[in-house]
Ligand binder design. Structure first.
Ligand SMILES: Cc1ncc(COP(=O)(O)O)c(C=O)c1O
Length: 376
């Protein structure tokens, strides 16, 4: 089976895990701090706080901004359920909005229409790694005096059309380093922000609300039993073992991005003349692509999916729109572009473990499917 997505780990990560294992303390320790510093340098960000998952990074970010019951957070429905559950975990209401046809990114006009006095946060999702129009979004945020939490789970390494790295600006950016992301820690995530007071609050909340100033010793050096808890917190810190993997993965990021872009560009070239297939509008010089998604026209998506499966090629559907899940359903809400996209989208294999021969095989089978369609 040619896998649709997969992490790419080697001997370096294994050696790093061994070293962390031998160190003996697996919690929030020196590798976590080292990873945060490396990410700060890479992103050009002021503050990086490493967490155990991308979902907890989103929850922490919202919680630290004071989001809670009675508040609304606007988020595209076409995202992983994690974005919605992170909002729900605060007690706030996720307000699903529509996406644009050609990018599947949050439709900013639809988003703006959904702003109410209860809206506290706008949560864009950089779908497939493609940054949404942050310049326009930040203008809307200023106009309505809101906050922005970017769900950048897909977009580690991407830059905007203005040449800024995702994570180097804005209010709060959350990345995921789960096992299939552009880099992985096994499981992991980070909250990135530029404001010192906010970063300090997020750090405190990440570790059960323990006030670091009341606990001056780094926990892995000498565990202090004397500390003060002043606020609600969570046990969301990254472990030393996961950070050790992340440090090695970060060293390989440039190669990973180059290979991911190369595969996408092969797909783009091969598919450009297939009329039954629509490619997304993405600039691959800026995007560090996480998934490669096509739209299959004329109700043929499921047929193509099966055709590829029969030829040992795994595909995916990113995602079931969240407003269609019973838990997030909003009475009377329809999101036409999102619902149309859900019928048409198909994710093709994209990861650094794919050989050129496997990429060619995917292309050959997709082309064959559409050629056979034309014959009937
Ligand atoms: C868009 C999006 N948001 C959030 C997450 C959550 O990240 P994690 O799996 O690290 O909790 C993911 C992970 O798949 C994602 O794709």
């Amino acid at each position: 089976m040619i896998k649709v997505s997969k992490g790419c780990l080697g001997e370096e990560e294994l050696a790093a895990v061994r070293e962390a294992f031998e160190y003996g303390y697996f919690g929030l320790a020196s590798k976590v701090i080292e990873f945060e510093e490396a990410l700060k340098n890479y992103l050009g960000a002021k503050h990086v706080i490493a967490t155990n998952t991308g979902t907890s990074a989103l929850h922490l970010a919202l919680d630290a901004l004071g989001v809670g019951e009675g508040d609304e957070v606007i988020v595209p429905s076409l995202t992983f359920v994690a974005s919605f559950q992170a909002i729900k975990a605060t007690g706030a209401t996720p307000v699903p909005c529509d996406v644009e046809y050609d990018t599947l990114l949050m439709d900013l006009k639809d988003m703006e229409r959904r702003i109410t006095p209860k809206t506290k946060v706008l949560m864009p999702v950089h779908y497939a790694g493609n940054p949404c129009n942050m310049e326009a979004l930040l203008e809307i945020k200023e106009q309505y005096k809101l906050r922005v939490v970017e769900d950048a789970a897909h977009a580690f390494g991407s830059i905007t059309s203005k040449g800024q790295k995702i994570g180097s600006f804005g209010d709060i950016t959350c990345f995921s380093f789960d096992s299939i992301k552009n880099i992985t820690c096994g499981e992991g995530g980070v909250v990135v922000c530029q404001e010192e007071a906010l970063a300090e609050l997020i750090r405190q909340k990440r570790l059960l609300g323990i006030n670091r100033k009341s606990n001056s010793t780094a926990p892995w050096k000498e565990r202090s039993w004397q500390f003060e808890v002043t606020i609600q917190g969570f046990r969301y810190h990254m472990s030393n073992i996961n950070a050790a993997i992340g440090i090695e993965q970060l060293k390989k990021l440039d190669d990973f991005i180059a290979r991911r872009r190369e595969i996408c560009q092969k797909y783009e070239e091969a598919f450009k003349n297939i009329s039954g297939l629509q490619r997304l509008r993405i600039n691959y010089h800026e995007c560090a692509p996480h998934i490669y998604v096509i739209r299959v026209k004329d109700g043929r998506r499921n047929a193509l999916m099966q055709f590829l499966k029969d030829r040992h090629i795994e595909t995916g559907i990113n995602y079931i729109p969240n407003h269609l899940h019973p838990y997030f359903r909003v009475d009377g809400l329809t999101l036409p572009e999102t619902e149309k996209a859900y019928e048409e989208i198909l994710t093709l294999p994209l990861h650094c473990g794919l050989s050129d021969a496997e990429v060619e095989e995917v292309i050959r089978c997709v082309k064959q499917f559409f050629e056979e369609c034309q014959e009937v």
